[in-house]
Design a protein around this ligand. Structure first.
Ligand SMILES: NC(=O)c1ccc[n+]([C@@H]2O[C@H](COP(=O)([O-])OP(=O)(O)OC[C@H]3O[C@@H](n4cnc5c(N)ncnc54)[C@H](OP(=O)(O)O)[C@@H]3O)[C@@H](O)[C@H]2O)c1
Length: 325
């Protein structure tokens, strides 16, 4: 026989169990709901960031710039595509317009043709860019050129040319467009640097120097203009499967004209463009888009520079040997 006291305590226990389980469940569902709502709002906010935003992309005629044009266009951005090759820009515009013709939220891109190595052309191009939509929300400084050669054989003119296209051109364009962004207290500047903006690889001196300068400049810019509401993102990719090495300049200024093994085995430009889009949407400040080994090399350069320098010296010796043999 169960006494009435035991029955009472059993009943009390069951009631307590029920209360605790419902409290736990409501707490669980409540937190999940809050998290879900937060996630949904974030998703909507990041999606809205690019829809109808005026995005300028330099170097849109080929490789990574071309793929960036595709993903930003599909995200609903109003594009201003820049490059030197008018036909290539027009062809890309036709392709983009045709591919998303049925979608309501895409816009027909404008094109602006100029050479980043020509300072006067940059001023005129900035005026033209601003005339397209009246303002710029996001500037993607993507255009660039690579270099192959030994420091001893390379003329200073070649060093200057690489710096002009990869560094002075992009910073001149940025400076020309910044006042209009600051006036609206709205804007986002993106610099496509490289892993070689963090570590220097032998026989790439001019390129690595131009990308180190890019990283330094845009890090300073980020700090200086944050108070004006302008964002800065520096992206440092590893190897990407593009024509960068084919279009690279050599010690005497001629075209390298060959696809490097590392470049051929690099990431797909479409995948990198998606990563760039995500980084811009999240307004990330500094992004490394590379595999484990190059990413670790950056830490090695900082934490154990002696080891890093020895590895680079033996790499230089090995490359020199393979060229002479
Ligand atoms: N591929 C890689 O492994 C890799 C890795 C890390 C970072 N990156 C960076 O990614 C960016 C894009 O390069 P990519 O790989 O796509 O190479 P790419 O296929 O050779 O494209 C380079 C782009 O830059 C433009 N450009 C070159 N010189 C120019 C100039 N004087 N004035 C204006 N535009 C110029 C080219 O346009 P036109 O020649 O048609 O004018 C082309 O659209 C570069 O900044 C590069 O440093 C590439």
């Amino acid at each position: 026989m169960v006494s009435s006291a035991t029955r009472k305590s059993l009943l009390k226990g069951r009631v307590m169990d029920l209360i605790t389980s419902t409290t736990v469940l409501s707490l669980l569902f409540g937190s999940l709901g809050t998290f879900g709502l937060f996630w949904l709002l974030q998703w909507m906010r990041t999606k809205a960031y690019l829809r109808n935003a005026v995005v300028v992309i330099t170097g849109a005629t080929s490789g990574l710039g071309r793929e960036c044009a595709k993903v930003f266009h599909a995200a609903g951005a109003k594009l201003v595509l820049c490059g030197r090759n008018v036909e290539a820009l027009e062809e890309l515009t036709r392709e983009l317009t045709a591919s998303h013709a049925s979608q309501r939220h895409t816009h027909k891109p404008y094109t602006v043709t100029f050479d980043l190595a020509d300072p006067k052309a940059i001023t005129a191009a900035a005026t033209q860019i601003l005339q397209c939509f009246g303002y710029v929300d996001i500037l993607v400084n993507n255009a660039g050129i690579s270099y192959r050669g030994t420091i001893l054989d390379t003329t200073v003119d070649v060093d200057k040319r690489v710096m002009e296209i990869n560094y002075f051109g992009p910073i001149a364009l940025t400076k020309a467009l910044l006042p209009s962004m600051i006036k609206r207290r709205q804007g986002h500047v993106v610099a496509i640097s490289s892993i070689q903006g963090r570590i220097s690889i032998p026989y790439r001196s001019a390129y690595a120097a131009s990308k180190h300068a890019t990283q330094a400049f845009f890090d300073c810019l980020r700090a200086e203009i944050e108070q004006d509401g302008i964002k800065v993102t520096v992206i440092s990719p590893g190897y990407i499967r593009t024509n960068l090495s084919v279009n690279a300049v050599t010690a005497d200024g001629s075209r390298y004209g060959a696809m490097d093994k590392n470049t051929a085995q690099g990431r797909s430009p479409a995948e990198v463009a998606q990563n760039i889009l995500a980084a811009v949407k999240k307004k990330r400040k500094d992004v490394i888009l590379a595999d484990l080994v190059p990413s670790l090399a950056i830490y090695l350069r900082t934490l154990a520079p002696g080891v890093f320098f020895s590895i680079m010296a033996s790499r230089a010796k090995k490359e020199q040997k393979s060229k002479t043999s």
